[in-house]
Design a protein around this ligand. Structure first.
Ligand SMILES: [Zn+2]
Length: 283
């Protein structure tokens, strides 16, 4: 029995799976405003999905920043969680290995392991409330200096926008990719959620994503890029195809990667957490 946790700013999902990654039982609850309540909920949910089976390992996806080696987490959008020694606490309580990593890294691992990827250089992007990515080289997570997580959503973009004065990233910069294509960016620019965008507005978002893809393809020269998250899944194949075309048009010097929508839908991070729970993993 493997346990996967996807801990987000609005909801927490917990699943029990077998070694092939098949989810046997799952449950979810809303994220609370206190750490104590969240931890109690998490432990109760694990007990519920594990039932009486022995737990071999656990994996967890959570927002950054965090120290993945020590397992100390401070997810930006969960103010109650600051410098929490999550890994040691969970290992002591459950007596099994516990891995925690930045949600986009975990999602990349899920897509790689269970989404039929065999490419040596694989970039996974998620576009939901915010935007980020995880880059795998030979199945291992690429990490920055001191374990820092590269923030691909915060690259500067030569963008097109019908309401340019509304482009403002939460990080403080005026021209981030995240501010143009994420759910919160779309809300700020167009005054409505992504699912209500018209064709012309989707084209604009796809153009800006395409410019971001072009930069990422140029920097990393990956074989494959898969894109998930609510905005990407909502925009669907048409949106991804339009962005891919913009990328291709502007991409020089490096080969174009294969770009497609995530194969795991809304469960990418949860399935990745299950993959991280497998024994003898080296990330
Ligand atoms: Zn930014």
């Amino acid at each position: 029995m493997l346990i996967g946790l996807d801990i987000g700013g609005t909801k927490i999902m917990v699943a029990a799976a077998d070694r092939e990654g098949t989810i046997l039982r799952r449950t979810r609850t809303a994220t609370s405003s206190t750490l104590e309540e969240d931890l109690a909920n998490i432990n109760n949910m694990i007990a519920e999905v594990a039932a009486e089976d022995e737990i071999m390992g656990m994996g967890a996806a959570i927002g950054g920043p965090l120290d993945w080696e020590q397992g100390i987490v401070s997810p930006l959008h969960q103010p109650a969680w600051r410098d929490i020694p999550f890994k040691p606490t969970m290992e002591a309580k459950w007596n099994c290995p516990f891995h925690v990593d930045v949600d986009t890294n975990v999602a990349a691992v899920g897509e790689y392991r269970w989404g039929g990827i065999s490419a040596r250089r694989f970039l996974y992007l998620t576009i939901s409330t915010g935007m980020g990515g995880g880059f795998l080289v030979d199945g291992r997570i690429y990490r920055g200096q001191d374990g820092a997580h590269p923030e691909v959503g915060h690259q500067s973009i030569h963008f097109r926008c019908s309401n340019p004065s509304a482009v403002q990233c939460e990080c403080g910069a005026p021209d981030c990719l995240e501010a143009l294509v994420s759910g919160s960016g779309i809300r700020r620019i167009y005054g409505k959620p992504a699912e209500e965008l018209n064709v012309k507005e989707w084209e604009e978002v796809a153009y800006n994503l395409g410019q971001g893809l072009r930069n990422m393809a140029t920097f990393y020269a990956p074989d494959v890029i898969r894109i998930g998250g609510g905005v990407a899944v909502g925009g669907g194949e048409v949106f991804i195809e339009a962005a891919q075309q913009v990328m291709q048009e502007h991409l020089k010097l490096v080969p174009a990667p294969d770009v497609s929508l995530s194969h795991l839908g809304y469960d990418t991070a949860l399935r990745g957490a299950i993959a991280m729970a497998l024994p003898k993993q080296d990330f």
